[in-house]
Ligand binder design. Structure first.
Ligand code: UD1
Length: 447
């Protein structure tokens, strides 16, 4: 996990080439992060396979080490051993870098009876509260204090309880499932999140010896107090990465196949692509999109799974800007999730927002310019826009995209895209000739 660039990088995308070929998907970011945290629940070694090489994973590995666990790379796997003395304190610098760090709260309380977590910062997409995590842990008998910017959680022994969530929060469901593995008696989480990553986490915990039923439904039962041991587990494929490449394939009028994902994880998304006029073929772990005709407008509302994933909203907006007619996207999951719209409009997307609605009046011919990635998924949307824009699009602040997409440049080049990445050398600033790095250079560096 070491060696990921800490300084800024930019992508130059020359638009107009249809993407053609297959993409082998990486492991899901939003699962791998939680499985790494769940390894804190046992002193035995845990081996997690198909862990994506992304900066969020590197941050979580740093967090595990800061808490006293050993974490090492083994090929595409990470081995975590939390057998020594653990600290219960998640430092500000790490939680600030990645809000998902709060996921260590549940495992630490379960293992140590206490956790001190810096209040999160994270993605630039709204306030991202953690009240459901806190209220849920209180239901399990934990005491919570918030002072000096830290949340302190104490427990003299968690007790199973019925925990109704106001909203099916992914992170709260995960923290509570992990905490409940150490609670005495049964915990029932009602209105639980149903994301595939929750199912993956529960499969991981069951592999460790936990008794959990109902993962993937709205009611999860955890019979606490079982002794947990090590596990060897392969992360599910990243459905958001898959959706991003499928959008890029459809937008460029090419033919893209993703390999490794169960199409059921993207059911509603694929239905929307078909409603737009994209041809979708599904096989066991393959999804292929092709497009030879015009795109039709559709309306989309983001919702918790199995609704339309908010993490694919920005990228879908690019596709809809090419559609012949007006589409409306309603963002129901996060506030401020239209932060990329201003940048997309600089490329000519002509999107108007009002509150949590975005009106996309297509079709638009996008034209390349310099744009700034505002966050992870917004950054991916700008790259997708660059692939269909006239001329060259330069996407800056690519470090946002590196948080969640493993080898984006390499995978795009393999699909025939004209994408060049260059890193800014912090000692000398931007290189004068930004076109020095080519796809071939990427292949050499990746070898
Ligand atoms: C996870 C994903 C993120 C995805 C999101 C929704 C990870 C690392 N991140 O984020 O990529 O976009 O699910 O699918 O897995 N909320 C509260 N109080 C809480 C918790 C959440 O009000 O205690 C609100 C949030 O502010 C947000 C909404 O609920 O508006 C959804 O949040 P949640 O499902 O918890 O998302 P995350 O787990 O943060």
């Amino acid at each position: 996990m070491d060696g990921l660039s800490e300084h800024d990088a930019r992508l130059q995308v020359r638009g107009g080439r249809p993407l053609e070929g297959e993409v082998v998907l990486s492991g899901a970011k939003n699962s791998a992060l939680k499985l790494l945290a769940a390894s804190l629940l046992t002193a035995d070694p845990c081996v997690i396979r198909r862990v994506p090489r992304i900066t969020d994973v590197a941050t979580m590995v740093t967090m595990l080490r800061a808490l006293g666990a050993d974490a090492s790379d083994e090929g595409d796997a990470v081995r975590v051993e939390a057998g020594g003395r653990l600290s219960g304190c998640a430092p500000y610098e790490l939680v600030r870098t990645m809000r998902a760090s709060i996921i260590v709260m549940g495992p630490l309380v379960a293992r140590l009876g206490e956790a001190t977590i810096a209040m999160p910062g994270g993605c630039n997409i709204g306030p991202r509260r953690i009240d459901f995590h806190i209220r849920g842990l209180e239901k399990l008998g934990a005491r919570i204090d918030i002072e000096h910017g830290f949340i302190r959680v104490h427990s003299d022994g968690l007790k199973g309880a019925v925990v109704p969530l106001d909203y099916p929060s992914v992170g709260a469901t995960e923290n509570l499932v992990m905490a409940a593995t150490a609670a005495e008696g049964e915990t029932v989480i009602e209105n639980a999140a149903r994301e595939p990553e929750i199912m993956d986490l529960c499969a991981f915990l069951r592999g460790m010896g936990a008794e959990i039923e109902g993962a993937g439904s709205s009611t999860i039962h955890v019979a606490g107090g079982r002794s947990l041991h090590g596990v060897d587990h392969t992360v599910i494929a990243d459905r958001i990465e898959a959706g991003t490449y499928l959008i890029m394939g459809a937008a460029t009028g090419g033919r893209v196949t993703t390999i490794g994902l169960d199409p059921a994880h993207l059911e509603l998304f694929l239905a929307k692509l078909q409603a737009m006029g994209v041809q979708v073929e599904e096989a066991e772990d393959r999804i292929t999109v092709t497009r030879d005709g015009p795109l039709a407008p559709v309306d989309i509302s983001t919702l918790p799974h199995p609704g339309f994933a908010t993490d694919l909203q920005a990228q879908t907006m690019v596709l809809l800007s090419l559609a012949e007619g007006t589409s409306i996207i309603t963002e129901n999951v996060f506030e401020n999730r239209f932060v990329v719209v201003d940048e997309l409009n600089r490329l000519g997307a002509g999107i108007e927002t009002s509150g949590h609605h975005a009106v996309i009046a297509g079709p638009r011919q996008l034209s390349g310019t310099v744009v700034e990635a505002p966050d992870l998924r917004g950054g991916a949307a700008l790259v997708a826009a660059g692939l269909v824009a006239d001329g060259v699009t330069e996407v800056r602040s690519v470090y946002h995209v590196d948080r969640g997409y493993e080898d984006l440049t390499g995978k795009l080049c393999a699909l025939g895209a004209d994408v060049t990445r260059w890193e800014e050398d912090p000692r000398t600033g931007p290189p004068e000739d930004a076109s020095l790095l080519t796809c071939e250079d990427e292949a050499v560096r990746g070898a």
